[in-house]
Design a protein around this ligand. Structure first.
Ligand code: XUL
Ligand code: CO
Length: 438
C-alpha cells in the first residue's frame, strides 16, 4: 500500500524534548485503575485532519495533501481512508469520528451518494480490522449542502427535513456496521438568523420529532450506541437552539427525550457561549450527562470557532478533573475537533498538532489525578458548605423548615458569620500542582 507520511514512523513516548515524540502521553502507563490510553480515549476527527484544505474567507486552499489529487470521488475517498488509517496507526490513536460526507462526497442523488458510500465503508471495514482502530462516533453532515440553507430538522422546508432524515437513517446504519460507540447530533443550522421569519415553536417541535424518529430507527436496527447532542450557541446561525448544555438539557426534558441523550462537549463551543470548558463539563457531570468531548480550544481574542488544537494545560487539567470525577468518559472519548492553522500547511504539522493536543491532555490528566488524590478542592469545598451538615442547614436540606421557621431563626441574629472564599489562595495551590511536574 502507498505510504502517505514518509519519514515518520510510530510516535513514541520518550520523555525528551523532540516534538515528534510524546513527553507526557505514555499509553500503557497506569494511573489509578486505568491506563492513560483508557482514561483519554483519543480520537482523530476525519473532517479536519483529512479534509481541511486550509482555505478561509480570504484565501484558497494551502494544504496540498496527496489524497486531494484524485479527480474521481471514489478514488479520492479510498486514498483519503488509506492516509487516515496510516496516520492514526503512526500516531497511536485508536478511534476516529466522521460525518457521512467526510467519507464520501455528495453526488447528484442520494441513491448515488449511498452507493459510493457503501464502497468506501467496505474499504474502511478492512482498514479497521487490519489496524484495530475503532469508530468513536458517527454523525450526518446536515449543514454543508445548499438544501440545508434554512436548517435541517428545523428547516421551514419539509423536503429538507426529509433529506436530513434519510441521511441520519443511512449514517445510523453505517455507524452500527462499523461498531461506532456513539452517534452525534450537532445542529449547525438548527437555529435562526432573525425571528422576523421564524416559527420557533414549530422548529423546536420538529427537532424533537426528528430526534424521536432517530431513537425509533436505532431501536429498529439494534444500534446500541449512545446518542449525543453537541451544544453550540451560534455560528453559522446567529442563535443555535442547542445553545449550551443547560439549554439543550431543558429542551430534551421538555420533550421527554432526556433519557436517550448525553452531551458531546466542545471546548470552543463552551467559550463561544461565554462559559469555560470546565463549566460545560461540570453541568453535564452533575446532571449525569457527560458523554464525550470535542477536544480543541478557541482564541479568546477572536469571536468565532477557531477550532485550535488544545495546548492550554490549565484547561486540560480542569477538564480531566471533571472527567475523573465523572468516573471516566467511556463510551465517549476525546476527539480532536481541531485543525492546524493556515500557516501550518505541511503534512507533518498534522502530527505535531495531535502530539501537542495529546500531550496537553496527558499532562492535564496527571495533574488532575494528583489534585484529586490529595482532595485539594474537595476538602475545601466540604468545609465551605459545612453549615448544611447540622443545625438550621441540615433542616433546610431535609426540607424540615418553613419560611416562618427561618424568620424566627434569624430575627435577632446580628451577624450571619460568612468566611472568605479564598479564591486567590486556591489559584495559587492550583499553580503549585501545575508546575511541580516540570
Ligand atoms: C462544528 C462542530 C462539528 C461537530 C460535528 O462546530 O463542532 O464539527 O463536532 O458535526
Ligand atoms: Co465539534
Amino acid at each position: 500500500m502507498k505510504e502517505y507520511f514518509k519519514g515518520i514512523s510510530k510516535i513514541k513516548y520518550e520523555k525528551g524534548s523532540d516534538p515528534m515524540t510524546f513527553r507526557y502521553y505514555n499509553p500503557s502507563e497506569k494511573l489509578g485503575d486505568k491506563t492513560m490510553e483508557e482514561h483519554l480515549r483519543f480520537a482523530v476527527a476525519y473532517w479536519h485532519t483529512f479534509g481541511h484544505t486550509g482555505a478561509d474567507m480570504f484565501g484558497s486552499a494551502v494544504n496540498k495533501r496527496p489524497w486531494f489529487e484524485y479527480s474521481d470521488p471514489l478514488d479520492a475517498s479510498l486514498a483519503k481512508a488509506d492516509a487516515a488509517f496510516e496516520f492514526m496507526s503512526k500516531l497511536g490513536v485508536k478511534y476516529f469520528c466522521a460525518h457521512d460526507r467526510d467519507l464520501y462526497p455528495e453526488q447528484e442523488t442520494l441513491r448515488k451518494t449511498n452507493e459510493g458510500l457503501d464502497k468506501v465503508i467496505d474499504h474502511i471495514k478492512g482498514l479497521m480490522k487490519g489496524t484495530g482502530i475503532k469508530m468513536l462516533w458517527g454523525t450526518a453532515n446536515l449543514f454543508s449542502h445548499p438544501r440545508y440553507v434554512h436548517g435541517a430538522a428545523s428547516s421551514c422546508n419539509a423536503n429538507a427535513f426529509a433529506f436530513a432524515g434519510a441521511q441520519v437513517k443511512k449514517m445510523l446504519e453505517i455507524t452500527k456496521e462499523l461498531g461506532g460507540e456513539n452517534y452525534v447530533f450537532w445542529g449547525g443550522r438548527e437555529g435562526y438568523d432573525t425571528l422576523l421569519n421564524t416559527d420557533m415553536k414549530l422548529e423546536r417541535d420538529n427537532m424533537a420529532r426528528f430526534y424521536r424518529m432517530a431513537i425509533d430507527y436505532a431501536k429498529e436496527i439494534g444500534f446500541k450506541g449512545q446518542f449525543l447532542i453537541e451544544p453550540k450557541p451560534k455560528e453559522p446561525t446567529k442563535h443555535q437552539y442547542d445553545f449550551d448544555v443547560q439549554t439543550a438539557l431543558e429542551f430534551l426534558r421538555a420533550y421527554g427525550l432526556d433519557g436517550y441523550f448525553k452531551f458531546n462537549i466542545e471546548a470552543n463551543h463552551a467559550t463561544l457561549a461565554t462559559h469555560t470548558f470546565q463549566h460545560e463539563l461540570r453541568v453535564a457531570r452533575i446532571s449525569g450527562k457527560m458523554g464525550s468531548i470535542d477536544a480543541n480550544m478557541g482564541d479568546m481574542l477572536l469571536g468565532w470557532d477557531t477550532d485550535q488544537f488544545p495546548t492550554n494545560v490549565y484547561d486540560t487539567t480542569l477538564a480531566m478533573y471533571e472527567v475523573l470525577k465523572n468516573g471516566g468518559i467511556a463510551p465517549g472519548g476525546l476527539n480532536f475537533d481541531a485543525h492546524v492553522r493556515r500557516g501550518s500547511f505541511e503534512d507533518r504539522d498534522l502530527f505535531y498538532a495531535h502530539i501537542a493536543g495529546m500531550d496537553a491532555f496527558a499532562l492535564g490528566l496527571r495533574i488532575a489525578k494528583d489534585l484529586l488524590d490529595d482532595k485539594v478542592f474537595e476538602k475545601f469545598i466540604e468545609e465551605r458548605y459545612s453549615s448544611y451538615n447540622n443545625g438550621i442547614g441540615a433542616k433546610i436540606v431535609s426540607q424540615k423548615v418553613t419560611l416562618k421557621d427561618l424568620e424566627e431563626y434569624v430575627l435577632d441574629m446580628k451577624d450571619a458569620g460568612n468566611v472568605s472564599s479564598r479564591q486567590e489562595m486556591l489559584e495559587n495551590i492550583l499553580n503549585r500542582y501545575m508546575f511541580k511536574k516540570q
